[in-house]
Design a binder for this molecule. Structure first.
Ligand SMILES: Cc1cc2nc3c(=O)[nH]c(=O)nc-3n(C[C@H](O)[C@H](O)[C@H](O)COP(=O)(O)O)c2cc1C
Length: 363
């Protein structure tokens, strides 16, 4: 039988009711990194809306790993406790709850989008940020103090990812996603644009990928055998004019992560430097990267970027270009996209009983 958007999908014995994934999206709505009513409604509504998996936003493994002071985090047990009712509700609606574990690296200490983005200096409530090299992110409005991590910082970071994963498990998540994309800390180690280290974490492909491999191994070691670990990567830096990260390296890394027990590569792109030139932002603009990783390796992939049409999303799975289809902005506009897409595709999908009077075929 051909797989389709609304066929189920199983990884390590964890079954997703369909292939629609809510893409992780920062809500910048936490105080002290804690989840609150906003997260409960935001994630809960997408679970009610029929998504197979709901991936919670980039969640900082330590306070300085936040992009903004309002990012969500999971650096204490209190953070995990705040998440318990949220994951419980998502599961009760049939959606698999996932959480993206993250460190913002040199892109930390900024204002949230609706407060103008841009750097916050330490004297204004910001902080010194961590990076592979002493090269600050070139924000339009200037830079924040950026410190090159020493091996002690690197060891601590690996432990923070492990501890964060343990708490995420306690909080009831089924999927842990390592965020190694979009120019944040782990991606900064991968890319020669941001990594000019001369130790075992810089230089060669093996050295630049070492930290992502070590973090993935650490997360995998605390995550149960019957639950999947995802890794989100940027398949390209979109900086062909200089030594940078590209799809060939992404394929190699995906293969290595597969061997380390990662279960799916969530394939995104860009974010490392403002000079990037995105070749296209049309529908499914990152699909070719996902497809290449999928065909060149044995590891399943998610694709994301500009996907809005049910027929398109369905064709991506049917034509074996991706295993999961992640939607971001479209599901900000319409949390019920999966229920609506299933109707348009003529697929049977379970509606929450409270909403059945709203089914399209009963209107
Ligand atoms: C408001 C917003 C917040 C985002 N936050 C995250 C995030 O926390 N982690 C991440 O990997 N990507 C993040 N992204 C990127 C999305 O997950 C997605 O990859 C991107 O928006 C492209 O998909 P789309 O065209 O379906 O929106 C964010 C995007 C938006 C619009």
């Amino acid at each position: 039988m051909t797989d389709s958007l609304f066929s189920s999908f199983s990884l390590r014995g964890t079954e997703f009711r369909n292939r629609v994934m809510l893409s992780p999206m920062c809500q910048y709505s936490s105080e002290d990194g804690l989840a609150n009513e906003w997260h409960r409604v935001h994630l809960g509504t997408r679970a009610v809306g029929g998504a197979g998996m709901v991936m919670m936003e980039a969640t900082a493994v330590e306070p300085d790993g936040r992009i903004t002071p309002h990012d969500h985090g999971i650096w204490s047990d209190e953070h995990a406790e705040a998440l318990e009712p949220i994951t419980e509700f998502m599961r009760s609606q049939g959606a698999m709850p996932g959480i993206q574990l993250a460190h913002a690296g040199r892109k930390a200490s900024t204002r949230r989008p609706w407060e103008g983005r841009g750097p916050i200096q330490p004297e204004d409530g910001g902080w010194e940020v961590l990076a592979p090299s002493e090269k600050p992110y070139p924000h339009e409005e200037g830079t924040v103090p950026t410190r090159r991590m020493d091996t002690g910082d690197i060891d601590a970071l690996i432990e923070q990812f492990g501890a964060a994963a343990e708490r995420a498990l306690d909080a009831g998540f089924e999927v842990a996603e390592v965020h190694a994309a979009h120019g944040y800390l782990l991606h900064e180690f991968l890319s020669p644009v941001t990594n000019d280290r001369e130790d075992e974490y810089g230089g060669s492909f093996e050295n630049r990928t070492r930290l992502v491999r070590e973090v993935t191994e650490r997360v995998r070691s605390v995550w149960p055998d019957d639950k999947p670990v995802f890794v989100r990567i940027s398949a390209s830096d979109w900086l062909p004019d200089r030594p940078s990260w590209d799809i060939e390296q992404s394929v190699r890394l995906a293969d290595q992560l597969d061997d380390l027990g990662a279960d799916l590569i969530d394939v995104s792109g860009g974010g490392i430097h403002p000079d990037q030139r995105i070749p296209s932002t049309g529908p499914g603009y990152q699909v070719p990267y996902a497809e290449e990783i999928r065909s060149e390796t044995d590891i399943p992939v998610a694709t994301v970027g500009g996907i809005t049409e049910p027929e398109h999303a369905d064709a991506l799975v049917r034509n074996e270009r991706a295993d999961l289809v992640a939607l971001g902005r479209e599901m900000l506009r319409n949390p019920y996209w999966p229920l609506q897409a299933a109707h348009e595709l003529g697929e049977e999908i379970e509606w929450p009983p409270q909403y059945r009077r709203g089914r399209f075929d009963r209107a």
